[in-house]
Each structure stands twice: as structure tokens, then as C-alpha cells.
Design a protein around this ligand. Structure first.
Ligand code: ATP
Ligand code: MG
Length: 396
């Protein structure tokens, strides 16, 4: 089939041709946004899910929903080792300037800018690489203590008040939230706590790997009262079938039933893989309907591509000991394992391998579904580990 017409879009954050199975989540998001806009209290929501399930795509949709509801949306992505304050400052500055321009008299937006300036002054000593031109006098004594927990709350309140003054609302959308530090997370929680007490129109919508939930819990015990953690997972069989069948049908092509079943079996319903298998199947097919034989070929090609890219980039960031750890985990299957059993398999003590395990959690490769348990955050990674390291490590 003509590759130019290929409807599928495998890739980080690429909007899929058919956003299957996410109706209820988006409806929940719409209700949250509408309630916050109307000054009602509502918990912020943090989407939690494994790699490639469609979190970034959903955040982008939430941003669209927010714009439809006349929100001002701020979208950012946390990075390992980049301070949250440095990520927040430029978009918040832009937002306040936009609010300031909306009306002739905009006391709160101007004050917001002064508070942001103070916040910046408070940080300056720590992050000397932040350059931000805010051409106003600071608001002394507000948000400039240098203590993130105290200061961020002041900044959020100032931004929320500026939005309220203009009868608008702010959606703060943060991707890859698992990369925030505990201190940053607890500052965010404190700030949202203040926002909810004051019923200001500011909502936080985040996404991240499952370690996010533990991070939130550790940072502040009342996180559950402020946040909901909707799970984003693999698609149910019906939705997974729609994800590949609908896009080709729009072009007068279809998959046979057994071809669909094989795609679902191979991908386990994970959105990223559905896009990949759909993409390869389309390019390999010579006519409609696309049958199971084509899907078998697509499986070989998809795995080759994933091994060279999606899996490979993650593997290359690992130290030799981390690779051994993941290889041992892979050999035990694709499911959750007891950390003690993994250590035993490597012939080491749990305590001595703990730093390796913690490093892998920080890198977002594994997570702990429950205390003492370990599982991969990247679907189908266990099979990849066995392909790339055919021999299991001898132990340490
Ligand atoms: N509901 C869906 N139906 C079909 N395809 C989808 C769906 N959601 C996402 N996809 C596709 O899955 C792929 C991964 O999406 P996305 O990058 O949003 O995942 P993610 O959860 O943010 O992954 P990561 O944790 O690696 O950042 C994209 O190619 C996207 O088009
Ligand atoms: Mg993402």
C-alpha cells in the first residue's frame, strides 16, 4: 500500500489517527476543567501509566479541551536534573504578560509579574543559568525566601488571582512528572493545597510513570485528597481493534479478523505498538483486506525497528550492572517479581543491589507496584532484554 497514505503514527506524543478507548478519561478531564473554571473545588489529576500508553497524547488533548473552555494552558515537560522552577518561570511569565494585556487595568496580573520577579530573585543564587527578563520591580517579602515549598505557593496564588480577575482559568500541564524531585513534588502539592483552599481557578494536570504515585505519597501524606490518579493502560481488545481498523477503513481498506487478533496478541493492546504494527502492516500489504500473513511479516519488521529505536535508546542509557539486573528480571517473565527473588537470581543480597534498583527506578526503567515488588515500565521490554543479551548474567 502507498506509504504516503499510511495513516499510522508511531512516535512519542504523535497524535494517533484514532484515539481509541479514552472517551471516559477525557470526559473526566472535561468535567474537572469545567468545575475548576466555575470556581468549584476539584482534585487535580495525574495520569499514570507505562511507557507508550498515550499519556502525552492525552495531555495534548487536555490542552485542547482547556482552550475550548477559554483556559490559558501552560504545558511543560519535567527532565531529569532540570529544576522545576527553571521550567516554570518562562511560561508563567508569558502567561502573566498575556493576562496583563487582556485588560486596561490589570492589577493582579501586574502583581503576579512582581511576585514572579521576587520568586526569580529568591532562586537566583541557586540556578544561575536561568535568564529571565521581567521588567518590573519585585514584590519584596513575597515568594523570595528561596524555600521552594513556601515560594511556589505564593506564585501559584498570584497567578490564580490574576486569572480570576480576568474571569479565566489556568491549566498547568506537566508531562514526565516522575522526574521531579521529592522537594519539588511537595512544593507542588503545597501550592495546589493553597489554591484549593482559596478556590482559585488553577488546575494541575500531570502525567508520568507509576513511580509518580509513590513520589506523591512520600512528599505529602494528603496528596490523595488533592490529586486523583487515573490509570492509563493498554487498550481492551475491542478498543485495540478500533485503533487499527478505523484508520484504514477511512481509506477503504480493512484488516481481516484474524489479522486483527494477531496484532492484538503481539502488541498486547499497547498503543505505541498498535501504531507500529499498523504502520508496518500497511506498508507491507499489497491489497485489501490485509491478512494474517502480512501481519506476521509486520511483526518481524516492527520488532526490528523497536529493537533499533524505542528499546535501544533506553538500553543504551544503562550501566552494565543495571543491564544485568534487568536481564535477570526479564528471565523471570514479563510480570511483577519480588525484589528479593531478583537479588537471589543474581546471587547478591537485596541491600547490596538496592542502589542499582533505585537507579533504574530513577531512570524510569522499572517501578515498584507494591512494597518489595519490581516490574518493567516499558511494555515488552523483557523480551527485548533476552534478544539483546542472549546469555543470562552469571551474578555479581
Ligand atoms: N488511544 C490511543 N489509540 C491509539 N493509539 C494511541 C492512543 N494513545 C496513544 N497512541 C499512540 O501511541 C504512541 C505513544 O503515545 P504517547 O507518546 O502519548 O505515549 P506516552 O504514554 O506519553 O509514552 P512515554 O511514557 O514513552 O512518554 C503514539 O504513537 C500515539 O499515536
Ligand atoms: Mg509521553
Amino acid at each position: 500500500m502507498d506509504p504516503m497514505q499510511n495513516p499510522f503514527s508511531p512516535g512519542a506524543g504523535s497524535p494517533p489517527p484514532e484515539l481509541a478507548g479514552r472517551g471516559p478519561l477525557l470526559e473526566q478531564a472535561r468535567i474537572t476543567l469545567s468545575r475548576v473554571k466555575a470556581g468549584r473545588s476539584e482534585r487535580s489529576f495525574l495520569l499514570v501509566g507505562l511507557r507508550g500508553v498515550g499519556k502525552t497524547v492525552l495531555l495534548n488533548r487536555v490542552r485542547e479541551l482547556a482552550s475550548d473552555l477559554d483556559y490559558h494552558a501552560v504545558l511543560l515537560e519535567a527532565h531529569e536534573g532540570k529544576p522545576l522552577a527553571a521550567l516554570l518561570l518562562p511560561p508563567l511569565r508569558q502567561l502573566l504578560i498575556a493576562l496583563d494585556r487582556m485588560a486596561q487595568i490589570s492589577r493582579k496580573a501586574k502583581r503576579g509579574l512582581r511576585v514572579l520577579k521576587s520568586f526569580f530573585n529568591g532562586l537566583k543564587l541557586k540556578y544561575q543559568d536561568i535568564e529571565i527578563g521581567i521588567d518590573v520591580e519585585p514584590e519584596p517579602g513575597i515568594a523570595d525566601s528561596g524555600n521552594l515549598e513556601a515560594d511556589l505557593a505564593e506564585v501559584f496564588v498570584a497567578v490564580g488571582e490574576a486569572a480570576a480577575e480576568h474571569k479565566t482559568a489556568v491549566a498547568l500541564i506537566i508531562d514526565e512528572m516522575q522526574y521531579l524531585s521529592e522537594n519539588e513534588f511537595s512544593a507542588l502539592i503545597m501550592a495546589m493545597h493553597r489554591i484549593s483552599q482559596r478556590q482559585l481557578p488553577l488546575v494541575l494536570v500531570g502525567a508520568g510513570l507509576p513511580q509518580l504515585v509513590a513520589l506523591a505519597g512520600r512528599s505529602k501524606s494528603y496528596a490523595e485528597r488533592l490529586f486523583q490518579f487515573p490509570e492509563v493502560g493498554a487498550l481492551a481488545a475491542r478498543d485495540a481493534a478500533d485503533a487499527v481498523q478505523e484508520p484504514v477503513q477511512k481509506q477503504g481498506v480493512k484488516f481481516t479478523e484474524d489479522a486483527l487478533r494477531e496484532i492484538i496478541r503481539q502488541t498486547k493492546g499497547y498503543p505505541y505498538f498498535l501504531q507500529e504494527w499498523g504502520y508496518q502492516s500497511w506498508n507491507l500489504a499489497t491489497r485489501s483486506p490485509i491478512g494474517i500473513g502480512v501481519v506476521h511479516e509486520a511483526t518481524r519488521e516492527s520488532i526490528r525497528r523497536l529493537d533499533a529505536n524505542f528499546f535501544r535508546v533506553r538500553f543504551d542509557r544503562l550501566t552494565p550492572r543495571e543491564k544485568d539486573y534487568l536481564r535477570a528480571l526479564a528471565d523471570m517473565g514479563d510480570t511483577t517479581q519480588r525484589s528479593g527473588d531478583i537479588a537471589a537470581r543474581l546471587h547478591v543480597k537485596v541491600q547490596s543491589i538496592a542502589p542499582v534498583r533505585n537507579g533504574l527506578i530513577r531512570k524510569g526503567m522499572i517501578y515498584s507496584p507494591a512494597h518489595g515488588d519490581t516490574a518493567f515500565t516499558v511494555p515488552l521490554f523483557s523480551e527485548f532484554m533476552k534478544r539483546i543479551m542472549p546469555q543470562e548474567p552469571k551474578g555479581h
